[in-house]
Design a protein around this ligand. Structure first.
Ligand SMILES: Cc1cc2nc3c(=O)[nH]c(=O)nc-3n(C[C@H](O)[C@H](O)[C@H](O)COP(=O)(O)OP(=O)(O)OC[C@H]3O[C@@H](n4cnc5c(N)ncnc54)[C@H](O)[C@@H]3O)c2cc1C
Length: 412
């Protein structure tokens, strides 16, 4: 685990407002309120709990980025509150957590989450890319050992429970709708579970709202999107563990496939392609998806060709994108809100967790009067994104079998 400064809190209302922190007096009450969450209510009796109206740091979004930021801020003794617009977990794609994620999980003190039986060992990748040869690479020689194929809902539930155990307030069904700035404070309008609008006053706001990047958007900052990649995916029963703990990737003429085991004898299959290449009506999706699987050379030999037992096909944007400006004087963005990575990188969750930790370090510096941490954070995030995009381009260029197919032509 990384640095674990002693508990600190705010001396008075003014310090709390500015984010100025001091060591907490022994036996002083904890500078927290207990939040209500959908997963594990802390009170036996039903009580309506609302966040205080004046909060040093408000985190918008309770995905991996928001939860990691909150845990790291608490390591620095900085009081924060998380809000999320959903009343409960939403199903999200993204289940391959590569071995290098272990480092940031250790730093955040949450490495034991991966020991949960909900997640399976992710032992390597089988890739068909470039010349049609099937290549497998195992993680056994990696310094961190295996990665995990996550049960994503369980992972985020466990992460939220950890945040709750640390007494960090988490308010679900709170949707940020607007932000205004007055006298060095941000005023966040949120719709609440009872439909009323509540205004939270924050010294600093962290945008962890995923691709919505709602804080940045409300601050007038745009996102630059580099492609039109979309994911078409479903889960399907697959008795017999045909993928043997591997993530499987196969390129095809109009995109690439990704399949991974997700426990309970099921696999998730994604077809990744550009949205504009397929104009489909919902009733035709299942049939189209099955036809697409049949066109693959290898995937269709690994899975049962009849996908009539599959869940409905979901379509999600999977574009690579970055904010034109990652922060402002009283806000910054973390995770997908700042940079969304092509799922081919399997970097989204790791980036969200690591970004949360780095953002907390920058905020601590800022609260101690040094704004250089924020600019360093922004530069570092942009540099990681640029490097990843360059590596991604190389990876796409390695596939030259369909040079005139629009999907590949756009990426060469
Ligand atoms: C098809 C696909 C496959 C992927 N596969 C992988 C993979 O194998 N491995 C990997 O590491 N990554 C993968 N990813 C990426 C990964 O899922 C994301 O990078 C990760 O979820 C980012 O976490 P986050 O916390 O930044 O955002 P999110 O997980 O999107 O969380 C954002 C939160 O903000 C909340 N929110 C949004 N708007 C508001 C609002 N107005 N008010 C309050 N709350 C709000 C949302 O409800 C949500 O809970 C994949 C992505 C896609 C699209």
């Amino acid at each position: 685990m990384g640095r674990n400064p002693s508990q600190r809190s705010y001396r008075n209302r003014s310090d709390r407002r500015t984010g100025k922190i001091c060591r907490r007096r022994k036996n002083a009450p904890k500078p927290i309120i207990t939040g209500c969450t959908a997963t594990k209510p802390p009170f036996k009796k039903t009580r309506i709990i609302t966040p205080p109206t004046s909060i040093p740091v408000v985190i918008v979004g309770a995905g991996p980025a928001g939860l990691a930021t909150a845990l790291a801020l608490q390591q620095y003794g900085i009081y924060c509150t998380i809000i999320d617009n959903h009343p409960e977990h939403v199903v999200k794609p993204g289940e391959s957590l590569p071995p290098n994620a272990n480092a940031i999980l250790n730093t955040l003190g949450i490495e034991t989450l991966l020991e949960s039986p909900n997640h399976n060992h992710y032992v390597g990748n089988t890739v068909v890319w470039g010349d049609g040869t099937v290549r497998s690479r195992y993680f056994m020689n990696e310094p961190y050992g295996n990665g995990r194929h996550l049960n994503r809902i369980a992972f985020e539930t466990e992460l939220r429970n950890t945040v709750q155990q640390h007494n960090i307030p988490l308010f679900l069904d709170y949707r940020l709708t607007n932000i205004t700035e007055q006298e060095e404070q941000l005023f966040l309008n949120c719709t609440t579970p009872d439909g009323t609008v509540r205004t939270l006053k924050a010294g600093f706001v962290v945008d962890c709202s995923g691709r919505a990047a709602i804080v940045a958007k409300k601050m007038g900052v745009k996102r630059t999107t580099l492609d039109t990649l979309s994911a078409y995916y479903c889960t399907v029963p697959q008795p017999g563990n045909t993928l043997n703990g591997m993530t499987f990737i196969e390129s095809v003429e109009d995109g690439w496939w990704y399949a991974a085991p997700i426990g309970d004898n099921k696999i998730i299959m994604h077809f990744m392609s550009d949205a504009d290449l397929h104009t489909l009506k919902t009733p035709d999706l299942q049939y189209w998806f099955q036809q697409k699987i049949a066109e693959t050379q290898h995937l269709n030999t690994l899975i049962h060709p009849d996908i009539s037992m599959a869940t409905a096909i979901t379509i999600k944007t999977a574009t690579t994108a970055i904010l034109e400006q990652p922060c402002g004087p009283r806000w910054l963005a973390v995770g997908d809100a700042l940079c969304s990575y092509d799922p081919l990188t399997s970097f989204g969750i790791t980036n969200a967790l690591a970004g949360g930790h780095a953002a907390a370090q920058a905020i601590e510096k800022l609260f101690n009067g040094d704004s250089s941490g924020i600019s360093d954070y922004c530069q570092q995030q942009i540099s990681v994104f640029d490097k990843s995009v360059a590596m991604l381009q190389n990876q796409y260029k390695m596939e030259q079998r369909w040079p005139s197919a629009p999907f590949w032509e756009r990426r060469h």
